[in-house]
Design a protein around this ligand. Structure first.
Ligand SMILES: NC(=O)C1=CN([C@@H]2O[C@H](COP(=O)(O)OP(=O)(O)OC[C@H]3O[C@@H](n4cnc5c(N)ncnc54)[C@H](O)[C@@H]3O)[C@@H](O)[C@H]2O)C=CC1
Ligand SMILES: O=C(O)C(=O)COP(=O)(O)O
Length: 495
């Protein structure tokens, strides 16, 4: 089915025309990263990518100037009937000159809905024509838009003032059909509209009605609900100047976005930085070599937590201690979640989506697990940095790292006298009688012929002690059997 998309590829880079559906994502068994050489990611099923642990990134900004210039081009072309004038000349109809009377932009009001990167650049350019620029953006405060000469006001105030309206928002539920019959009805008669953002922000049917009635004096459209449109009625309308999604189609923009997406991929591959990712907040600070041991520790604590207390849990509290972990909460909690969910994911079999720092938070959310993180600047003595996880099922573990190794510091509030190594196959057990437990377990494992590399026990609480053993080679079920008579619980965990 996807002959064009061999499974071996790790990365995929697209423009807007390629639809990266869930089927495409699932077919890319090796896929790790999807790059959008452009701004809008509405052609990529980001949810499907996230649940498969695939990073999605774009190059916001690389095509801003081209899209802004194209918008200004359409505004100018609308004001002077450039397209119809050209059509007349090609048809050798000089007489059209009489009906193609335009109007100046000077002194007119341009309303800009969406004052982000492109909206701002459009404002700056059209101000040089002497246009008054007003606008609205829920995330851009009035004092900020004032700095680039746009007076911010609520939409209902904007509509009756505008001679031209241009939209520069993403297509989201709040912006779908933002300009509709009702809006046209309260606009000035003959208002002109421009859409170089996304088809559907201006209701296409309402636009057609407004063009027919004369309520709308003209439209410049670069984008359509369906691309390419099946129905070209709007594009063919005499008052419409239509272009086939050309906003970013300049050599400069294409070179910029191509270079940017390639550099962003290389940075991720080399573990340098994560720029432009839109679905991987946990990865933001996780790429540095310093973060790696903490990611490993988080995963191992998660696996351990799921093993020693398999009861389901709907709340995870993660606390990081120590100034070096100030920004680590999001990736350590994602790592803990990926460890916690590993067993259930393995049980789901071969088709289970891969668990990593991208997919684990989304999967946890889908499973109803709420995560809270907190940070304290100083760690409990003698540690400089520490992580504690507490689950609503009563499980509590603390760990730290040393020389790149994961160490278990505490189980259920009981501290280990010497932190226990969490590497390879680990035997975790609990029993009674602190002083005797360690030699008894060591003796039983020795009699079973198991080569133990480390053995630690925790402080005693309510007569119970926890212990962790690591081994030179893999551990057999017989080794656990050999402990049955001396401990209350014992389980081997592969970390
Ligand atoms: N035609 C083309 O070839 C191109 C189209 N685009 C599209 O242009 C649009 C804008 O791109 P940028 O300026 O780079 O994005 P941006 O993210 O910098 O700006 C979008 C702005 O819209 C605002 N916004 C969100 N909801 C809003 C609402 N309900 N009302 C008013 N404002 C709202 C946001 O707060 C944000 O400031 C996007 O849809 C993008 O996909 C971008 C490049 C080329
Ligand atoms: O960047 C965007 O959002 C665009 O719409 C540009 O699309 P394109 O990369 O030219 O297919």
């Amino acid at each position: 089915m996807f002959g064009f998309f061999p499974q071996k590829y790790d990365g995929l880079i697209v423009r807007s025309a390629t639809k990266v559906t869930a089927d495409v994502i699932n077919a890319g068994k090796n896929l790790k990263i999807i790059g959008r050489a452009g701004t809008g990611v509405d052609n990529i099923d980001c949810e499907a990518a996230t649940s498969r642990g695939i990073i999605v990134m774009n190059t916001p900004g690389g095509n801003t100037l081209s899209a802004a210039e194209h918008t200004c081009t359409l505004i100018c072309a609308l004001s002077r009937h450039v397209a119809r004038g050209d059509q007349a000349m090609k048809a050798e109809k000089w007489s059209e000159r009489k009906v193609l009377m335009g109007s100046e932009l000077y002194g007119k009001t341009l309303a800009i809905v969406g004052l982000g990167r492109i909206g701002k650049e459009v404002a700056l350019r059209m101000q040089s024509f002497g246009m008054t620029t007003i606008g609205f953006d829920p995330l851009v405060p009035p004092e900020v838009s004032q700095e680039f000469g746009v007076e911010s006001m609520p939409l209902e105030k904007i509509w009756p003032l505008a001679d031209y309206i241009t939209v520069h928002t993403p297509l989201i539920p709040q912006t779908r059909n933002l300009i509709n019959d009702k809006v046209f009805s309260i606009c000035k008669k003959g208002v002109k509209v421009v859409n170089v953002a996304r088809g559907g922000i201006i209701d296409e049917e309402a636009l057609l009605r407004a063009l027919e009635s004369g309520q709308c004096g003209g439209a410049g459209l670069d984008v359509f609900i369906q691309e390419p449109p099946k129905d070209f009625t709007l594009a063919k309308h005499p008052k419409v100047i239509a272009t086939p999604h050309l906003g970013a189609s300049t050599t400069e923009a294409q070179e910029r976005v191509a270079v940017e997406i390639a550099e962003q991929f290389v940075d991720v591959a080399q573990g340098k930085q994560l720029f432009g990712a839109i679905n991987a907040p946990a990865l933001t600070n996780a790429l540095s070599p310093d973060a790696r041991p903490w990611v490993e520790l988080g995963e191992r604590l998660g696996v351990l937590a799921a093993t020693i207390n398999s009861a389901s849990s709907d709340n995870l509290q993660v606390t990081t201690y120590g100034s070096s972990l100030k920004k680590a909460g999001s990736y350590i909690s994602a790592a803990i979640l990926s460890g916690l969910l590993r067993n259930s994911s393995q049980k789901a079999g071969g088709d289970a989506p891969p668990l990593n720092l991208v997919s684990a938070p989304a999967l946890a959310k889908a499973n109803g697990i709420n995560v809270k993180t907190s940070h304290e600047e100083s760690a409990p003595s003698p540690y400089t940095s520490l992580v504690t996880l507490t689950l609503s099922n009563g499980c509590r573990l603390s760990g730290t790292t040393s020389g790149g190794n994961s160490l278990l510091v505490e189980v259920q509030g009981q501290q280990f006298s010497a932190p226990a190594s969490l590497t390879g196959s680990v035997l975790i057990f609990s029993g009674t009688g602190n002083s005797k437990l360690l030699p008894t377990v060591a003796g039983a494992l020795g009699s079973a012929g198991v080569a133990v590399t480390s053995l630690s026990t925790s402080a005693e609480s309510n007569g119970q002690t926890w212990g962790v053993a690591t081994f030179a080679s893999s551990v057999t079920p017989q080794c656990v059997d050999s402990l049955k008579s001396v401990v209350s619980s014992a389980v081997v965990v592969a970390l």
